[in-house]
Design a protein around this ligand. Structure first.
Ligand code: BQZ
Length: 692
């Protein structure tokens, strides 16, 4: 690997070295291959039908204490009456350790904090698997990591089956029949339509905390209607856009309990504002009705959220045992780095090792024979990029300085200068040395399905050319203070860089970028915010640049596809519509949108491969975002747990909290620990103080 010379100090700028405009092709270079790094285990690839089916079983079972303390006491219906006509049945053949037993607790540690329980109204529960567990969605994609590549399609979930019309414009979906919310209220199309009509379609609501619940996520002018309580029908402009089945999974189509949300929604409650609707169920509100396997029964601020098994959960194993096997979940409210430390030490049970700075210590501790947890690295699916705000027509309402930066962000020579002023090798090594990090030029990740190296344009480190490009843009230091000025005698070039302080990696990379851009003579100012505040600023366009750990769209392409380009006014993470509702796309952005839309509407795989090559070339040649570094994550799980699928990645179509299918994870009887805080209890009534 060619060592980069240390960047010239500001002096390099003072020389006023204004090289002749360098032809674009001389700025490109050969992208180094990522260091060899083999994932430590591979999935056992299966078909969708090998994982689950929906069918009635001759008998059903539940933990003995549920029968004795609740059913026999007449406070809970018998388990067969709490289950749907045809429950979702997990097939034993796909369960690594087979049929499980009831008992024990899965102890998570998380770095987020709950805003409240109105997920579809835009509230975060603190991440780390809480919302993934609560929010069951029409389809499911997390477990697709183990599905054969040529049979890839979202798993059925709340939607148990679907069929396309002859002309491919209509998709009829059949919902599971007879499933109930954790308070016994029936789940049906009313919940689906409340989510679609009064959250996705209502622009006053940020549907789901990541903001992905936008109409265009499901196709422009797409319609959805309920034909009966268990049948819904989608109508698309495109022909057979199977892509949207991925959007019907987490996080963008997970209906909420309409029976308690609707009365708080301003459309049905004239006394409520949208803010009051969003905040109607604060973290203190217990036993929020969920479709997930566990229900929040205890919340202690900055300490813990405790969840107990949902007695109405609508999934079973092939022996008829109602899931989940685990009675209780904990979410210790700490930091993300502490999640790694506690899981490796054995005081917690699960972590996505995703901050490269923790790799060496975690590996060392996990290698000890007495280590309580097993650690397994997967593929390089964690990637960071510097993203620039491309909106010049008002998104985020920038001031004059911010507007000037937006204009610069839209200039390719400016983006190239920033890109080639960064030493990606050093940035990666600043996180962790060894074969982990790889130079990431932006776009789709190396090593993933649709990645094509030949279509990837790489602009290697070249500080002199970077300075020359900025000189060529007229950004010279006219007042001699060592900082370039905006063209035409403007003020200093000052750029704010938004980063998430919940993660050391995010701020470390931000600081590395700030330091490496000093020789360019532009002042980059850290705007470090905690998770929720950062997410809000990023989603509302209040940033110049952000350091971003990217989503699944850069890994799988099929998950979050519409986010790959500004395909709608509110779909793209760093280019949303301005105050007039329009998108001021640059020509290459329109070409990206066209490639993504064509990808969505074709089912011809060869065509899709070619479209993603076009996408990758456009994205990287135009430095749509400035790729920084890419590295693998590792799943750390306490050794007492069984049914952890081989090769489960921490992040691919979704996070590992979904991928490992926690509802069928168990602890063998002879390994069970006594961590339950509310043993032999069930969640109480909605709003109730705690378990009963
Ligand atoms: C995993 C994940 C499960 C969100 C969140 C958090 C938010 C983002 C992102 C990850 C956390 C963990 O990621 O880092 O390992 O457990 O929760 O949801 O970063 O701030 O907004 O997109 O998923």
């Amino acid at each position: 690997m060619k060592r980069h010379t240390i960047a010239l100090g500001g002096a390099g700028l003072m020389l006023g070295v204004s090289l002749l405009a360098i032809p674009a092709q001389e700025l490109t270079g050969e992208l180094p291959d990522p260091p060899a790094f083999a994932a430590q285990s591979e999935p056992n690839f299966v078909s969708v039908g090998d994982i689950l089916e929906y069918k009635a079983l001759p008998e059903y079972h539940e933990p003995d204490w549920v029968t004795q303390k609740y059913v026999d006491a007449g406070t809970l219906p018998p388990v067969k009456d709490r289950l749907p006509k045809e429950p979702l049945v997990f097939k034993t053949g796909d369960m690594p350790d087979g049929i499980g037993v009831y008992g024990d607790t899965l102890r998570h540690v998380i770095g987020g904090r709950p805003e409240g329980w109105n997920y579809i109204g835009g509230q975060s529960q603190g991440w780390g698997g809480i919302d993934i567990g609560l929010s069951e969605c029409l389809t499911r994609t997390g477990p697709l990591f183990e599905v054969k590549a040529d049979e890839l399609e979202p798993l059925p979930n709340l939607a148990k089956s679907w069929e396309w019309s002859e002309d491919g414009h209509e998709l009829t979906m059949h919902l599971i029949e007879g499933a109930k919310w954790s308070d016994g209220d029936p789940f049906d199309a009313e919940d689906v339509m409340f989510y679609w009509n009064d959250n996705v379609q209502d622009s006053n609501v940020t549907a789901v905390p990541s903001g992905t619940g936008t109409p265009e996520r499901f196709g422009v002018n797409t319609k959805l209607e309920a034909l009966d309580p268990y049948t819904i029908k989608w109508t698309f402009e495109e022909v057979r856009p199977t892509q949207y089945l991925y959007a019907m999974a987490y996080d963008s189509f997970c209906p909420g309990p309409s029976h308690i949300l609707k009365p708080e929604h301003p459309k049905y409650n004239a006394d409520n504002t949208y803010e009051q609707y969003k905040n109607a169920f604060p973290p203190e509100f217990m036993n929020m009705p969920v479709m997930g396997a566990w229900v929040p029964v205890e919340y202690r601020p900055d300490d813990i959220i405790v969840m107990r098994r949902n007695a109405y959960y609508w999934k079973v194993d092939e022996a008829g045992n109602q899931l989940p096997y685990l009675n209780e979940l904990h979410y210790r409210l700490s930091t993300w780095a502490d999640r790694d430390v506690q899981t490796v030490a054995g005081s917690a049970d699960f972590s996505n090792l995703e901050q490269a700075e923790s790799f060496v210590e975690s590996l060392k501790r996990s290698a000890e024979p007495t280590a309580p947890a097993r650690l397994q690295f997967g593929a390089r699916t964690i990637g960071y990029a510097l993203r620039m705000n491309f909106s010049a027509n008002g998104w985020g309402e920038p001031d004059a300085r911010g507007q000037a930066i937006r204009e610069l962000n839209r200039d390719l020579d400016f983006r190239k200068a920033v890109s080639i002023a960064l030493d990606r090798q050093r940035l990666g090594e600043s996180l962790v040395r060894g074969p982990f990090t790889a130079i990431y030029p932006g776009g789709l990740y190396a090593g993933t399905t649709y990645y094509d190296k030949a279509s990837t344009v790489y602009y290697p480190y070249n500080i002199d050319a970077a300075n020359a490009l900025l000189d060529g843009l007229g950004l010279t230091d006219t007042d001699g203070n060592g900082i370039r000025n905006l063209a035409g005698g403007g003020g200093d070039v000052e750029i704010t860089l938004l980063a998430n302080t919940d993660y050391g990696t995010d701020t470390n990379l931000a600081e590395g970028v700030i330091a490496q851009l000093e020789p360019l003579g532009i002042r980059v100012i850290a705007n470090f915010q905690t998770g929720t505040a950062r997410d809000d600023l990023a989603q509302s366009g209040q940033f110049d640049w952000t350091i971003e750990r990217q989503g699944s769209e850069m890994v799988s392409v099929v998950q979050g596809t519409t986010m790959l380009a500004p395909t709608g006014p509110r779909t793209h993470p760093f280019h949303k519509a301005g105050t007039d509702g329009t998108l001021d796309l640059l020509p290459f952005e329109q070409e990206l949108v066209d490639a993504v839309n064509a990808f969505i509407t074709t089912s011809d795989n060869a065509e899709r491969v070619e479209l993603m090559k076009t996408y990758q070339h456009l994205f990287t040649e135009n430095v749509y975002s400035v790729g920084l570094t890419q590295y693998p994550g590792a799943l750390i799980v306490n050794k007492r747990f069984a049914n952890i699928p081989a090769g489960a990645p921490i992040f691919m179509f979704n996070w590992a909290e979904d991928n490992i299918m926690r509802e069928r994870v168990f602890v063998p009887a002879d390994k069970q620990a006594d961590f339950e805080l509310h043993p032999e209890t069930l969640p109480g009534a909605p709003g109730g103080a705690g378990p009963v």
